[in-house]
Write a protein that binds this ligand. Structure first.
Ligand code: PHE
Length: 335
């Protein structure tokens, strides 16, 4: 009874005082626990009666604690310590899209408007999809054009060197007409510098149908460049070599950085190479059971880093993967 009076008289005007009450009476080393511990010393025939008194005591303490808590809250309220719902919230820092994602999305959306579907595939590939099917048999010298990372556990596995491997996977499953673009990350064993990296991103495209011609290839890529860089940009095709296309061509655009006056990007030529392309080699079609006498097609492949460099004047490839906020924040708000 004395303890009850003590508790009833306990005043707590602050949250700390309420907490002190809890610790003193209801805590693990508090009075209620201590008195409960006495139970073992009580003779058996009195245990029941003692238990009832104890329970009542415990409930009294708990009720008093709840009362003090709510009184404390009212007190807080009276002193204006309540939550101010009108306060503006803490600002949430919103990130921005990576420039490579921005440009990849733009490329994809231009080709989507021309009816191209998006196809994706694995970054760890087997030799067949990356090389063999693309008309690069094992001892083909053109394999040296793309320094390859092999997976040591299995010499048949490698990190894809181009997303042509995805085109191979599409032709494996789908019959013409085929009209796909394949965006994705690719890997090459090169020393990292301002101008080269051991991974980069590509968008490759493939169009196979009856009567697809080199004129279709040129017109499609010309349309792409104008949508991407504007109507004034000039384009030129140069003959080139890829094992999977014949004939092959590389496409240059007039240098957007110096406008033709001469800079490091265009090596003072006024032109920058942006993609490789060509008519799909009949051997490649045959590899997938597509009749080269009935169907023809064109393919192309471009590096997203290069296009981004021209679009946003990025002068060092390493910036793309260093996660320096001073660089990334410049793209805030761009979609
Ligand atoms: N696969 C080539 C590369 O990665 C690009 C390319 C694709 C060229 C399609 C021609 C046709 O370099």
């Amino acid at each position: 009874e004395a303890y009850k009076q003590e508790m009833a008289a306990y005043e707590a005007s602050t949250a700390e005082a309420v907490e002190a009450f809890r610790i003193k009476y209801l805590g693990t080393k508090g009075l209620v626990k201590e008195v409960m511990g006495e139970m073992k010393n009580v003779p058996n025939e009195q245990k029941k009666a003692f238990g009832l008194v104890l329970n009542e005591f415990k409930q009294f303490a708990e009720t008093r604690y709840e009362t003090l808590k709510s009184l404390g809250a009212q007190e807080d309220h009276a002193h204006g310590n309540q939550i101010d719902w009108s306060l503006p919230g803490d600002p949430v820092a919103i990130g921005s899209r990576h420039p490579l994602s921005l440009v990849r999305n733009q490329i994809v959306s231009i080709f989507k408007r021309l009816g191209f579907a998006v196809a994706e595939g694995p970054e760890i590939e087997d030799d067949w999809h990356n090389f063999g099917a693309m008309n690069l048999p094992e001892d083909h010298p053109a394999r040296d054009m793309q320094d390859t990372f092999y997976i040591s556990r299995n010499p048949d596995w490698l990190l894809r060197t181009h997303t042509s491997s995805v085109q191979a996977r599409v032709m494996e499953k789908q019959k013409p007409p085929i009209r796909v673009i394949c965006p994705g990350r690719v890997y090459r064993n090169e020393t990292v510098s301002a101008r080269a990296h051991c991974f980069f991103h590509q968008v490759e495209g493939l169009y196979i149908d009856e009567n697809v011609s080199f004129a279709d290839l040129k017109q499609t890529l010309y349309f792409f460049v104008q949508e991407m860089f504007g109507k004034d940009v000039k384009v030129r095709f140069r003959p080139s070599y890829f094992p999977f296309t014949e004939p092959s061509a590389e496409m240059d655009i007039s240098c957007l950085i110096c406008g033709g006056d001469g800079c490091n990007i265009c090596k003072h030529t006024g032109w920058v190479e942006i993609l490789g392309s060509g008519m799909v080699h009949p051997k490649v079609l045959e590899n997938f059971g597509i009749d080269p006498n009935k169907y023809t097609g064109f393919a192309f492949g471009m590096g997203v880093e290069r296009i981004t460099q021209l679009k946003y004047q990025v002068n060092d490839l390493r910036l793309y993967s260093q996660n320096d906020l001073r660089f990334l924040k410049q793209f805030t708000g761009a979609i």
